[in-house]
Design a protein around this ligand. Structure first.
Ligand code: CMC
Length: 431
């Protein structure tokens, strides 16, 4: 953030107030209103934060107009094609791509933390078998603070580091356990000879009764899904993690809060909702009916996997996933997958429709990811847990950045109060 010495003037009730302007390394300038209430006695009003920068950050940059997503400056398409998830985790956490020695050390640290406390197996057994894996995930990740007391002191940099590694390492294990529990199969322990994505597939799909071979092409597709979901600057769940941690709460509680926020269908829950929508549409000839419903103001239906608060041109993650969907389905010999046909035709129809053009609505990351995950064998209920385990590194990197910032203070928005003014209590007999 550079102080440009530029200011904006605000005229209010005959007074003029100078608002400093900060320039980012790239992107729009930012008006500093921190002293506004103290000086002028007014708040700003921005429900949904459409014009508000809630923090400064050096991790991720999005240019919604260009459809650009950068992690520490590196474009997402380059990371998706040339890197792998643990290297991206290192980049997000520490700011630079690792040397070979740094990467080896990091991978060893993560791999050595993939097992969970054995007592957690009993904890899982308290959940109903038919619980949604996201419900289990919120509970178990929150409960990590009860199992890992030695990494909950946020004022100790070493404990912060251990908590970060534990969360990145254990989330795939916990998500896979939530899945196994929901289908009544035994938990599968992690295998440290497999890479991050292959190990996750192993924990989800292997059973003790027979040998399971992880297909390297599917592991690569899984890893790419992890990379594409790794971080996305100050989205709803990341902002939730930051707000929760601004009070000094421990990292496991904060990440559980992020998972809860991610679950909603407007955010990470859209991948499950999108696949369910594609199934409901069912065939290409029913697309016009659903397009009309999406445009109808009196119908709450929206095209799931479409639209984004920031991207107004294209979501670069959706482009990579569309290509991945073709590759994975070809590998699995299901190129003529009817859902992919519906998705492609739905995209084509919407992108040529005046409503979607005018509102700048494009497929987002959730549009094609579900097709790939379902083809890999995941039920729809596992789509959002997979988003959550991928996003864990983003949440934890943003959390670490915030805790280390000397400007960090508790988040406390104000409001435009439209309720009653002070009035006297009325006894129940007189109401
Ligand atoms: N289908 C139909 N109309 C839409 C859609 C859609 N998917 N998305 C936005 N609109 C319309 C909306 O009705 C509104 O119209 P009007 O101006 O006439 O009232 C206009 O476009 C702007 O929508 P908004 O809700 O004010 O925009 P927003 O920035 O607050 O919401 C969004 C962004 C992603 C929540 C929204 O586009 C949406 O609900 N999409 C479907 C859910 C989805 O795919 N979510 C995943 C987002 S990407 C991954 C993630 O964040 O986890």
């Amino acid at each position: 953030m550079t102080d440009t010495k530029k200011t904006a003037q605000l005229s209010l009730n005959g007074e003029t107030y100078e608002l400093p302007i900060f320039s980012p390394t790239t992107g729009p300038d930012v008006l500093d209103i921190r002293k506004l209430y103290g000086q002028a006695g007014v708040f700003t009003y921005d429900p949904g934060f459409t014009s508000t920068a809630s923090c400064d950050s050096t991790i991720t940059y999005i240019d919604g107009g260009k459809g650009e997503l950068l992690h520490r400056g590196y474009p997402i398409d380059q990371l998706a094609s040339k890197s792998h998830h643990l290297e991206v985790c290192y980049l997000l956490l520490y700011g630079e791509l690792p040397t070979a020695a740094q990467l080896e050390d990091f991978e060893t640290r993560v791999t050595r933390h993939t097992m969970v406390h054995e007592q957690m197996h009993n904890f899982f057994r308290g959940f109903r078998r038919d619980a949604h894996p996201m419900a289990t995930l919120v509970g178990v990740v929150g409960a990590m603070s009860a199992f890992y007391h030695d990494s909950t002191d946020i004022n100790d940099p070493w404990q912060r580091e251990v908590a970060a590694i534990r969360l990145i390492a254990k989330l795939p294990t916990i998500a896979a356990m939530a899945y196994k529990y929901s289908i009544g199969q035994p938990f599968v322990y992690p295998r440290n000879d497999l890479d991050y994505a292959a190990n996750f597939l192993h924990m989800c799909f292997s059973v003790p009764a027979e040998e399971y071979h992880v297909d390297p092409i599917l592991a690569r597709a899984m890893d790419r899904i992890f990379i594409l979901h790794a971080d996305h600057e100050q989205n709803a769940s990341t902002s939730t993690v930051r707000l929760a941690s601004s009070s000094g709460a421990n990292p496991f509680a904060c990440i559980a809060a992020g998972i809860a926020c991610l679950w909603g269908p407007a955010h990470g829950g859209a991948n499950q909702a999108c696949l369910e929508m594609l199934k409901e549409i069912g065939s290409v000839d029913r697309i016009p009916e659903f397009i009309e419903r999406a445009k109808d103001k009196n119908d709450p239906f929206r095209l799931m996997g479409f639209g984004h608060r920031v991207y107004k041109n294209t979501d670069p993650r959706a482009k990579v996933l569309k290509q991945s969907a073709d590759e994975v389905l070809e590998l699995l010999g299901v190129e003529d997958n009817p859902l992919l046909q519906v998705a492609k035709e739905l995209e084509r129809t919407a992108l040529n429709d005046e409503y979607f053009i005018e509102k700048k609505l494009f497929p987002n990351v959730d549009f094609y990811s579900g097709i790939i995950l379902e083809a890999m064998g995941f039920p729809t209920s596992m789509f959002t847990p997979i988003f959550a385990l991928s996003r864990t590194v983003g949440w934890i990197s943003q959390w670490k950045e915030m805790i280390a910032d000397p400007q960090n203070k508790i988040g406390r928005p104000r409001q435009l109060y439209l309720g009653e003014t002070a009035r006297d209590y009325i006894d129940i007999e007189s109401r």
